[in-house]
Design a protein around this ligand. Structure first.
Ligand code: HEM
Length: 490
């Protein structure tokens, strides 16, 4: 009898030794092998993270499925981690690979292919984008189109129009393929449906990424039903078929000395003899997809947030309009050189990016080797996220962080000052957002155009609902289905 008890206790002790969290890891939730710590479903992911931060401080882990997830709430740690090559890679997740054996494009790729594509995309954005007349002109055109479409619903409560999506997609199309669609163009409707199908089906991929062993035990039809692997594959191929048509058109009229857009530049690059080249037509399709995926709805949602916030904060809206009226003749959109004359507008844009934290948890990185953050061991393969939304509310950097206060960006001399340590809406470090400059330009121009033309208010007797939509666990999207009133300014 005693022998069995001792043996049983020894087995339990050994099991506990094997299953317990190694002591050199950051504190946090460990749970069971294969499934990790399964959270209570009635709380949002962000509320869970807030609880963990209160309990453990600026760095903690949460084993989700088979992965050790490391969360950083401290801007210094986030900067240190994401400027280090130890955390430069994306995890080999379906959400980044979209069914490819080795991910392509720029958002999900790693190594030489990522380096080449990132450099290429940044160069294109610089050459075709920032400050260049063609893209500024496209942003002006799209801003004017947006204003015209909103005028059609002026004076009554209504949802913001579909034209806002058309505008941002058109700006990416201008840069990528020298194309712009009309709001009613059936090709555009088809394209938008394709984007929506892919975005919708991608949500369930996270289940597969956290529990990859499901692939070994479930028959394919059931796996597809749960994780939507087949839907993503179909949507992706539909998307790519469309890109291939546009690429084929470009090939017919390619002038290597006068690239019109990113596709021309990539095709020219592809023809060069370069032993380090990673170019391929499939990679180009991925790159285009990444720019749409990362660069269209993000700027639309930021502009929607701007309208909803300023509708609830009439004092800020009036002050912004006063500055616009003083500096720019009504109906004139600024060029980038006008920015220094619009410090309050700049401040409003920055404060909005801070308080809304669209990319609330950034994009995941993976540790490429056993390494350290904040004195803790981070094993190779751990997934790292910086909790941007909480860094943007950290009282070490922000007084009254829950207040929408553009004045915090204005110096005693009345100048705009962008330097704030705890500000990172576009991420930080080696994978910082490639489209930051373009996004800033779009949001700035759209803000000027919209608030020159309209005063926005909530519907009578209501306030705009400024809570993020619950449909996205890792980002802060506005609740698009609510109505707002646009009054044409006299
Ligand atoms: C308000 C709008 C935007 C926000 C808040 C935003 C935010 C971000 C964030 C947080 C990341 C992840 C950084 C990391 O991995 O640590 C990112 C990556 C990226 N963004 Fe943006 N972004 C915006 C607009 C755009 C636009 C307009 C484009 C391009 C047209 C773009 C292209 C990209 C790309 C390609 C990456 C991946 C970079 C890489 O992995 O090397 N983004 N963005």
């Amino acid at each position: 009898m005693w022998v069995e008890v001792v043996l049983g206790a020894a087995v339990l002790f050994l099991l506990w030794q094997v299953l317990k969290k190694p002591s050199d890891l950051p504190p946090g939730r460990w749970g069971l092998p294969l499934v990790g710590y399964v959270p209570l479903p009635f709380k949002s992911l962000e509320d869970h993270l807030r609880d963990l931060y209160k309990k453990h401080g600026s760095i903690y882990i949460w084993r989700m499925g088979v992965h050790i997830m490391v969360f950083l709430h401290d801007q210094k740690m986030a900067r240190e981690a994401f400027t280090s090559t130890d955390f430069i890679d994306r995890p080999p997740w379906q959400i980044f690979c979209l069914g490819e054996k080795s991910p392509k494009g720029v958002v999900g790729s790693n190594g030489l292919l990522w380096q080449n594509n990132r450099r290429f995309a940044l160069r294109q954005l610089r050459d075709l984008g920032m400050g260049k007349s063609k893209l500024v002109a496209a942003v002006h055109t799209q801003a004017a189109m947006m204003v015209e479409e909103i005028k059609k619903q002026a004076g009554r409560p209504a949802r913001l129009p579909h034209a806002m999506s058309v505008a941002v997609v058109n700006i990416v199309w201008q840069m990528v393929g020298n194309i712009q669609f009309k709001v009613t163009d059936p090709k555009f409707v088809e394209f938008r449906e394709c984007v929506e199908l892919l975005m919708d089906s991608m949500k369930n991929l996270a289940i597969f990424d956290l529990l990859p062993w499901l692939g070994k035990i479930l028959p394919r039809p059931i796996l597809n039903r749960i994780c939507h692997l087949d839907l993503v594959e179909n949507a992706k191929e539909k998307f790519f078929a469309y890109f291939k048509e546009v690429i084929a058109e470009h090939k017919k009229t390619l002038d290597r000395d006068n690239p019109r857009d990113l596709i021309d530049a990539y095709l020219t690059e592809m023809e060069k003899e370069n032993p380090d080249s990673t170019c391929s037509e499939r990679d180009l399709c991925f790159l285009i997809f990444d720019l749409f995926n990362a660069g269209s709805l993000t700027t639309r949602d930021t502009t929607v947030w701007m309208i909803f916030y300023l509708a609830n904060y009439p004092r800020v809206q009036e002050k912004l309009q006063r500055e616009l009226d003083e500096v720019l003749p009504r109906g004139t959109l600024p060029n980038l050189e006008d920015k220094p004359r619009l410090p309050y507008t700049e401040a409003v844009v920055h404060e909005l990016l801070r308080i809304t934290s669209l990319a609330a948890l950034g994009a995941q990185h993976v540790a490429t080797r056993d390494t350290e953050i904040g004195g803790y061991t981070i094993p190779k393969g751990s997934i790292i996220s910086n909790v941007i939304s909480e860094i943007h509310r950290d009282t070490r950097h922000w007084d009254n962080p829950d207040d929408f206060l553009p004045e915090r960006w204005i110096t005693a001399e009345g100048k705009f000052s962008a330097k704030k340590a705890g500000f990172m809406p576009f991420g930080v470090g080696k994978r910082q957002c490639v489209g930051e400059g373009l996004a800033r330009m779009e949001v700035f121009m759209f803000t000027v155009a919209l608030f020159q033309a309209f005063t926005f208010t909530p519907p009578p007797g209501k306030q705009m609902d400024l809570r993020p939509d619950t449909g996205n666990a890792i980002g802060h999207n506005p609740r698009l289905k609510q109505e707002v009133v646009a009054m044409v300014r006299p």
